[in-house]
Design a protein around this ligand. Sequence first.
Ligand code: UTP
Length: 480
Amino acid sequence: MPDQTVPEQTGKFDELQNRLKAHQQEHVLQFWDEISESQRKQLATQIDELDLVQLDALIAGQDAKQDFAAMAQVADPPPSVDAEGSGANWTTTEARLRGEQAIRDGQVGAVIVAGGQGTRLGFPQPKGMFPIGPVSNRTLFQFFADRLIAIQQAYSVKIPLFVMTSEATDDETRAYFQEHNYLGLSPNDVVIFKQGTMPAVDAESGKLLLAEKDSLALSPDGHGGTVAALQRSGCLQEARERGVRQLAYIQVDNPLAHLCDPTLLGHHLMAESEMTTQVIRKRYATERVGNVVSIDGKVHIIEYSDLPESAAEATDEEGQLRLWAGNIAVHIIDVDFLQRVSDSSDALPFHRALKKVPYLAPSGRLDNPAQPNATKFERFIFDLLPQAKNAFVVEVLPCQGFAPVKNADGAATDTPSLARRAISELHQAWIESSGGVVGSGVQVEINPRFAMNSGELSNKISPKIRVETDRYFDTPIRMH
Ligand code: UTP
């Protein structure tokens, strides 16, 4: 039974209606009389949190749109160091030593963003809880926790971990960390914080969509929401208080991501860069990764969908792709820089995506559109790059650092099966470089607490090792 309307609620209704009317969005109150007091409160809170002026501008397309075709015409390859170490005025060893020192000095924190809805993967829980270990079945979250534990032990240091969730993933992620003893990490060093949301609007009319009678159709505000959420949640402040000067950022869906990689950190510090991004050399011109380019001395990313084919296919005098650098979303971000940009609310532009969003029709019936019907607004973290001084790019080989888990098995690319295979093949290569042999079709997996790279592994296994059945090389977790 809906509550009886009392004067206080009438007051709230009038106030909301007046506000919404000024932006032609009052239809979202259509079911007010049919919902309970707590449901009204929820809807009212969602409306209170909307920035209707900003939304008007986004719907009208008034925010500056970038002309990517024009940008592509003047785009050059970015300042970078390649996987062999060429391109910088320092050696890879110098970079590694510098990065190791920064880690040892406690100047590095880790950020994992895990707020996405993972719609393409179709896994019912947050993506971080997806089992990805080819032999161990460890989850994505456990992969990164193990890596952080290994690094903390190697450098005798505490590294705070900031995990970004969203409305869609927060409760389950918190419960998962609690129920699994923070995956071996110290609970004092793990902070889970929630990103903001943005409403979806009808693609044609710009009207806000209702997901239910008491709820707008809301979704996470993109991985660029990290900037505002780090600030709002107090995480940025906490990082500063702990002496953290650089944040190592990764996305939860790449199990090969080099979280807190000393060499990457070192290149970033040697280049005096405010933001450094790790890239792969694109394997073909139209590969579906963002193109990291340099325009007028600033580093930008042009999405594959925005890059004209002629620019994507252009080659240099050696026949190599001119715009070669593909974004894999592994960044090192200077904390002072992050503070500077978070102080300005419009630091990052919004991108629009046309998506299928189920919505409540005026009749009250849930409509599941067969075609994209809605515009969603998202911010992207890489839009920080043009604002960063001395932004720098570091190449990693895809087989060593990139195995994204985006699509369900059966798709041609970026599936869990392909990621598991990539992990096993990389670890097999490490075993073989120590002199060992892995039987054909045998899966291997090395926990970073056992060895973080082939050099470490060669000190731990016999060069005569023969691995004939699936094997997981592990070290028990020493609990905090
Ligand atoms: P994707 O853009 O690939 O989105 O996110 P997704 O949610 O994982 O998958 P789809 O598109 O719905 O199928 C890349 C990374 O950024 C994080 C995701 O959790 C993933 O680690 N992300 C994305 C956020 O943390 N918040 C967002 O709003 C969007």
